[in-house]
Design a protein around this ligand. Structure first.
Ligand code: PLP
Length: 329
């Protein structure tokens, strides 16, 4: 079926591979986990963000923007991906980051400095109450200097960005045929909702009725049900008037935020270390590590007992591991 999507740039290395976790699956009972290697999308190991930005940045280019402005935590993968993409496209980048840098720069924040992004640091309270206003003010200041600034929502989790993961469903559907494996569920880490929203959109657009589950790594199920509903409603409002979904399509597995966003418990670190030592693949404690921890707990408690094959999306984020080096020690 041919599906008409908004325009996008082509910059990610796609399709990303899918493979079974040959050795790890010894711990997963009758359910096999397959990994979709979106950690390998390229653009400085950008993980899931680049799929969304392919659509959003195309819109920025269409509007003749020469500065990309976005926001995130100090270690935001999305912010660093935007900085990397901006550099590659010859645009300026301005990041509004939550937190105060201390000590030697590391991880994504270090890369932001290497990539030459301009940065504004704000407090968690400012971020929660006014990050959009702050980005808009910065955009105005660039306009005052004759530049055209384009503001990208947190995580590029907006209607346009959702098409990035909708398109990934087309890829997954084909890979399922090529591998001769029927996936009973697709699971991802949910942090700002755009990846999960896009996957849900894709299941409808490409007639691939596989349930999508997001394991939230911050906030709670109510927050993400609303957030994802908002993104999908904007898709309908802005692009696809006939697109139908209900809240039942939005499956959030809550209960694995642990100590809070970006805070790692010893059991989560132990799991990601065991995973690295079994599969040779590194997860990080903020998103993919927490999500895999959640999935393994759910499997232990029998939630997915009747499912044979689960596709877990490795959404990347490797540089987010480095700031935790001391906790591993
Ligand atoms: C590595 C990684 N995985 C998963 C997510 C969650 O994706 P989303 O923000 O689209 O919910 C993010 C960003 O928030 C991320 O950086």
């Amino acid at each position: 079926m041919s599906v008409s999507l908004p325009e996008s740039i082509r910059i990610a290395q796609l399709p990303t591979p899918v493979h079974a976790l040959q050795r790890w699956n010894a711990h997963t009972g009758k359910t096999r986990i397959y990994l979709k290697r979106d950690d390998l999308t390229g653009v400085l190991l950008s993980g899931n963000k680049v799929r969304k930005l392919e659509f959003v940045v195309k819109d920025a280019l269409n509007q003749k923007a020469d500065v990309l402005i976005t926001c995130g935590g100090l270690q935001s993968n999305h912010a660093r991906t935007t900085a990397s993409l901006a550099a590659r496209l010859g645009l300026q980048c301005h990041l509004v980051l939550k937190g105060t840098p201390a000590g030697t720069p590391t991880g994504n924040y270090f890369l932001d400095t290497v990539l030459g992004a301009n940065m504004t640091f704000i407090t968690a309270e400012q971020y929660a109450s006014a990050n959009m206003e702050i980005m808009t003010e910065i955009a105005e200041a660039y306009r005052g200097k004759g530049s055209r600034a384009y503001v990208i929502a947190e995580g590029a989790s907006c209607a346009l960005g959702a098409f990035g993961y909708a398109k990934a469903i087309e890829e997954i559907k084909k890979q399922s045929i090529d591998l001769n494996v029927n996936f009973d569920a697709i699971i991802c880490a949910t942090g700002s909702g755009g990846t999960q929203a896009g996957l849900i959109l894709g299941t409808k657009l490409y007639n691939y009725p596989v349930p999508i589950y997001g394991i939230n790594i911050c906030d709670d199920a109510d927050y993400f049900t609303k957030k994802i509903n908002d993104i999908l409603s904007s898709v309908r409002g802005e692009f696809l008037p006939n697109f139908a979904f209900t809240d039942d399509d939005i499956r959030i597995i809550d209960g694995y935020v642990g100590e809070g966003y970006g805070k790692a418990r010893p059991e989560e670190l132990q799991l990601l270390q065991a995973f690295a030592r079994t599969e040779g693949i590194a997860l990080e404690p903020v998103y993919t590590g927490k999500a895999l921890y959640g999935l393994m707990e759910e499997l232990k408690h029998g939630r997915f007992a009747r499912m044979k094959n689960i596709l877990f999306i490795h959404t990347g984020g490797i540089f987010g591991l480095f700031p935790y080096a001391n906790q591993f020690a």
